[in-house]
Design a protein around this ligand. Structure first.
Ligand SMILES: Nc1ncnc2c1ncn2[C@@H]1O[C@H](COP(=O)(O)OP(=O)(O)OP(=O)(O)O)[C@@H](O)[C@H]1O
Length: 261
């Protein structure tokens, strides 16, 4: 299978703090690649590099043979048309209605008739299980509904690659399962390549073709769900077995002690 995205020796520093430490992995075409790890481990920072919102301190990101870290801002805008991005916080425009949010790309960048844009928006909203809310404003929706509207927007341009930052956080179990099904559906029916950032273990193991486990900016393991379940690394085992005791918490206590002294 073709490699669609290659992350090569990616390092990111914010000031003196190194939050990504020489990470490398690749994502194959049509694959659902899950990045899991605890809070602050570097998951969002990683996918923000893949869409070109952040520039690496060093390293490369190659998408379909193009090193996107070398693109100009203008080229990046063009490149992003092929990608959908579901922001962690949803990032809807409060002053626009639901359908205008979903059809935002077309309203801003095309001369398509408004009624056609509305039609696309309604169709994408129905894919995420929302109907009859087109004319509401984001403030009139529940958190879970806002998340689904953001997802409808992320898939509005039928992108080849979709990056999801915590797509199921804050959702009830039934809606979460629906979003998981949609991610799988987009792979199976359209061949979309997906990267899903999550700490929802059930979701990760049910949808992933492969999983990467990241901790403190370092990738500890990459493999199929079975390979990750059987991975010998104690950090991986503590995380996937939701254990309160283990190397992750030991490090945390050490840091807390150091910051007190
Ligand atoms: N713009 C920024 N400036 C400075 N530090 C940042 C910036 N963005 C992220 N960080 C730091 O980088 C580290 C990794 O953050 P990131 O958002 O990638 O974590 P995450 O794994 O996605 O966490 P969560 O699951 O809580 O969203 C954190 O310590 C965070 O404080």
């Amino acid at each position: 299978m073709k490699r669609k995205i290659i992350v090569q020796n990616l390092t990111k520093k914010f000031g003196e703090r190194e939050v990504l430490k020489n990470i490398s992995f690749d994502v194959k075409e049509g694959e659902i690649f899950v990045i899991m790890g605890g809070s602050g481990s570097g998951k969002s920072t990683t996918i923000k590099h893949i869409i070109g919102l952040l520039k690496p301190t060093s390293g490369k990101i190659i998408v379909d043979d193009t090193d996107i870290t070398a693109l100009s801002d203008r080229e990046l805008i063009e490149f992003r048309k092929r990608m959908g991005y579901l922001f962690q916080e949803g990032a809807l425009f409060d002053s626009l209605t639901v359908w205008e949010n979903v059809g935002f790309y077309f309203l801003e960048n095309t001369k398509m008739p408004v009624k056609d844009i509305r039609k696309i928006a309604v169709e994408k909203l129905s894919l995420v299980g929302l109907k009859g809310i087109e004319d509401l404003y984001p403030s009139q929706l529940s958190g879970g509904m806002r998340k689904r509207v953001s997802l409808a927007r992320a898939i509005s341009t039928d992108p080849e690659i979709i990056l999801y930052d915590e797509p199921t956080s804050g959702l009830d179990p039934v809606t979460s399962a629906m979003i998981d099904n949609l991610i799988v559906h987009l792979r199976d029916k359209i061949g979309v390549t997906s990267i899903v950032v999550t700490h929802d273990l059930d979701s990760a193991f049910s949808i992933a073709d492969r999983i990467a486990m990241i901790h403190k900016g370092v990738i500890y393991a990459v493999g199929t769900p079975d390979e990750i379940k059987n991975h010998p690394d104690p950090v991986v085992q503590q995380f996937i077995n939701r254990k309160a005791e283990g190397p992750i918490t030991e490090e945390l206590f050490k840091e807390l002690k150091l910051s007190k002294s």
